[in-house]
Design a protein. Sequence first.
Length: 300
Amino acid sequence: MKKAAEILGMVMVAILAFGALGMGQDLIISEIAWAGTAASSYDEWIELRNPGEVAVALAGWVLRIGESAVPLGEAIDATVETRTALLEANGYLLLERTDDNAVSDVTADIIYTGSLSNAGVVIELVDPTGLVVDRVDGTESGWPGGTTGSADVPYCTMERAPNLEWASNDGVTVNGLDADGNPIHGTPGQMNSADIRAQRVPQVVIEHPAEAGLVISGTTVLRWDATDPDGEAAALKIALYLSADGGNTWSTIADQLANTGSFAWDTSSTDSCESCLLRIEATDPEGHIGQTTSEAFVIE
């Protein structure tokens, strides 16, 4: 009995220890410099973030980049070197390709090998249980943010805040220097410009149609919840858009609506489609625009 009690005590200590280190907490992919920097297109880097309130042990976590596997807790496979075992609460993890020169004035947490095609790849963040907790697919329509060296603001990173869609760095909220000492159009190891936008941009949640594959006909009541982080929700103006081709083109259903939370939409004059999308945009008095897109639904 004493032996069993000792074993149980050891197990409980282990469970408590893992819990204290945030096992089971989700990290996110927060920033990707897929085009490299002005110093070199090979100087790619990736940032992960722990948006939680407890530290996360990195042992067992893997970042998949295309066919490559980059373990976050040990130097095997495509991982050359690891320099930290924990990602602190609300902390950032910087992965630099090949060496520690991509961001010359910020120390990399992990050095890895591999490349990010400008045409896009699939990147997946996998937790120690094998669960994919975050994913970005740049293969279907290209990267959903970021710029190349030929853009007006070149080599902007692709970034996001938790629960927001990917976007390009704004070129103003920046941090870090490349290998030649040029300012990086990104924020390696610091709060993204997307986080700052999130403090101002209206937030929109679609309440109907919310289910994928829902069939709509006749008049249906579209419903949403739109809020403004730094203003009054009643001051928002709402616009509704429909796409019948998977998001390639959009037509206006209605715009300049008051933020009442609902709109009666008569679909009788709308062509039927098998994979329709609804987009709702909310604009505040300062011109900040927040938007969200529904799951695909059917119009008969």
